[in-house]
Design a protein around this ligand. Structure first.
Ligand code: ATP
Length: 336
């Protein structure tokens, strides 16, 4: 059986509203996911050389040395999850991941690789699951995995795995990403959100000061009507003003240098500036492609980040690059 190659995009969060911490340790979210043109590439092949080893993985490219090369790799967990969901299918595979999405950067690269592995194994093993079915398996692998199967601009609720169409035109937005010299752990960022909320409640002399857990509860998150109106209008200036991320204060607490990066991007003409997800990547919205290129050059020269990239969004989710002979579909484009 021929190897299957899938490319899968990074995500930004145009809104990331974080509600109270739940009993299971996760937080209720309302987020607007947006897939952008920075891709990892995953190839899945039948493990013909040493099938007795089971599934194996090799990671190359950006940040590869800090990515697990065993069953802890999110792509490997996705392979196992698909096999478990479809008993009787699924020969051992070798997964090759070529990373361009920086690791632990707030761009959901690991989730993207998991989504790509699901789409690739669905093809390699001839399982024939629909996008909807793949999304259901994806939701058990990780919070952002289902979105990476779909791509586009999509509203996420729950832990981020409950997806609904954003119903906005497919206006292309031009972004500059500023990659930081360092990483942030998503659990550390959420723990810092909780701590900052406790501190703030205590400072206000509320029940937290008396030790009540209830005082740390944030309001239930809601979809931002201003952002959605801006997206419906397809107006980058309005979208830029409406970007929001409840994780940003925590990311800035853990990685104070990002303040300088955000300020530089705004001073250099970005119409929106925000920490991406749990950071430390900063995302800047430009009015158009030309302005994005100019902003990227200026930011690069300002010495406020490790490197920059210009990307566009929305783009499709995990999609076949090559498949079985005679199959030319881009599954990432179906059913939308
Ligand atoms: P999150 O999706 O939790 O917000 P992130 O986008 O900031 O995280 P990722 O690049 O997904 O960051 O990596 C998070 C962690 O997941 C890394 O520290 C890494 O050890 C682990 N990981 C497991 N599999 C992968 C993978 N295929 N690519 C990148 N990281 C992976």
């Amino acid at each position: 059986m021929a190897p299957v190659t899938v490319s899968v995009p990074a995500k930004l969060n145009l809104q990331l509203s974080v509600g109270p911490r739940r009993a299971d340790g996760y937080h209720d979210l309302v987020t607007v996911f947006h897939a952008v043109s920075l891709y990892d590439t995953i190839t899945v092949a039948a493990a013909t050389v040493s099938p007795e080893l089971g599934d194996t993985v090799t990671v190359t490219g950006e940040g590869a040395t800090v990515v697990p090369q065993d069953g802890d790799n999110l792509a490997m967990r996705a392979v196992a999850a698909l096999r478990a969901a479809m008993p009787g299918t699924g020969e051992p595979v070798h997964v090759t991941i070529a990373k361009r999405i920086p690791v632990a950067a707030g761009l959901a690269g690991g989730s993207a690789d998991a989504a790509a592995a699901l789409v690739a194994c669905n093809e390699l093993w001839n399982v024939g699951l629909s996008h909807q079915q793949l999304c259901e398996i994806a939701a058990d692998v990780g919070s952002d995995v289902a979105f990476a199967v779909l791509g586009g601009t999509v509203v996420g609720r729950g832990r981020g795995e409950e997806l609904t169409a954003a119903l906005v035109p497919s206006t292309q937005y031009h972004w500059v990403l500023a990659f930081a010299d360092g990483q942030l752990s998503t659990p550390d960022v959420y723990a810092t959100v909780d701590r900052l909320r406790r501190d703030s409640a205590a400072a206000k002399g509320s029940a937290a000061a008396k030790g009540s857990a209830a005082a740390t509860d944030a309001a239930a998150p809601e979809l931002d009507a201003v952002l959605m109106a801006a997206l419906r209008a397809g107006d980058p200036v309005r979208v830029g003003k409406a970007l929001s991320n409840d994780l940003q204060p925590a990311a800035l607490t853990l990685f104070p240098a990002l303040r300088k990066t955000l300020t530089a991007g705004t001073d250099l003409g970005a119409v929106g500036a925000l920490v991406s997800g749990s950071g430390p990547t900063c995302m800047f919205l430009a009015r158009n492609k030309e302005r994005a290129l100019a902003l990227a050059a200026a930011l690069s020269g300002a010495g406020v980040c490790r490197s920059v990239a210009t990307v566009a969004g929305p783009v499709h989710g995990a999609a076949l690059v090559t498949g079985h002979p005679g199959q030319h579909g881009r599954p990432g484009q179906q059913g939308r």
